[in-house]
Design a protein around this ligand. Structure first.
Ligand SMILES: [Zn+2]
Length: 290
């Protein structure tokens, strides 16, 4: 029986001291599936989501990025990587790109959205998941084809592609899932793998391992043996969960987990795996430093 409580404070790990600029690897959690990876002076953002519209705005309104919230949160960015183009992963990527001149790495779906928002073409890098790699400062980025969890009544929400310009503001459903990737990063301080949705394509992960796995927790029950398979394949020594918090509440309010997410059960499953990885739950803004 999953634990249905949304309380989470007792599961949060104390944040490490913020890293010096030259740190070989540090990871900062930003809510939803969002992270900053700082490696030897390079700042790469993964699925950053700051706008966090309310449930009412999401269900009844048309949404657009909130530039003020992005500006408050992102002080530096060299690159933004997007694993799929749902609004809670891709909406704010073009704002980060425009504010900081950062390159955007994503599927064509995400790049259509970024073009629509006015990101100059030279800042856009399409991901294919065909084994290609991209050097971004001290970080090497590689996309791995993945799947979105069928978490909504057995279906992937907002299926389909973004095939051209996206007029905004728009209903949240306009940000269709698009092509889905896991994101593999190689840094001077170790390797990371980011799964922004709890789906897996085992064959694509053959030979792909990491030191640190950033794993989505919501929707994992819709993917058979998700935690066990992810850890069998990736063999991380540290797991940092993501996509557990209520991403419709402002960043400034205390964290609550998505109803039914059962973060405690996820931690038990990680700790119970034969490889015995360490696991840490970071609050928004919290750091893990290598
Ligand atoms: Zn999604």
């Amino acid at each position: 029986m999953p634990n249905l409580t949304t309380a989470v404070a007792h599961l949060l790990h104390p944040s490490d001291t913020p890293p010096p600029p030259t740190a070989p690897l540090a990871v900062q959690f930003w809510g939803t599936a969002g992270f900053r990876v700082q490696a030897a002076g390079t700042h790469v953002w993964l699925d950053p989501h700051f706008s966090r519209h309310s449930v009412r705005e999401l269900l009844l309104g048309r949404i657009a990025p909130r530039e003020d919230l992005v500006r408050q949160s992102v002080d530096r960015a060299d690159a933004v990587c997007v694993g799929h183009s749902h609004f809670d992963h891709a909406l704010d990527a073009p704002v980060v790109a425009r504010l900081h001149g950062a390159r955007v790495y994503g599927a064509s779906d995400t790049l259509h959205w970024c073009r629509s928002y006015g990101v100059p073409e030279p800042q856009l890098r399409e991901l294919f998941g065909a084994g290609e790699t991209h050097e971004e400062g001290a970080v090497c980025i590689r996309a791995v084809r993945s799947e979105h969890s069928p978490l909504f009544l057995g279906k992937v929400p907002f299926p389909g592609r973004i095939t051209g310009p996206l007029k905004w503001p728009a209903p949240m459903s306009a940000w269709r899932v698009g092509q889905v990737f896991g994101l593999h990063l190689t840094t001077p301080g170790g390797t990371l793998y980011h799964l922004g949705s709890a789906g897996l394509v085992d064959a694509e992960l053959a030979g792909v391992t990491c030191d640190i796995a950033l794993l989505c927790t919501i929707g994992r029950h819709a993917t058979p043996r998700f935690v066990e398979r992810a850890l069998d394949l990736l063999r991380p020594r540290l797991v940092i969960p993501c996509h557990w918090d209520q991403f419709w509440r402002p960043l400034a309010t205390p964290r609550r987990q998505i109803p039914g997410n059962d973060l405690g059960g996820f931690l038990d499953a990680v700790r119970g795996h034969a490889s015995k990885p360490d696991v840490r739950v970071l609050d928004v803004g919290g750091w893990w430093v290598a």
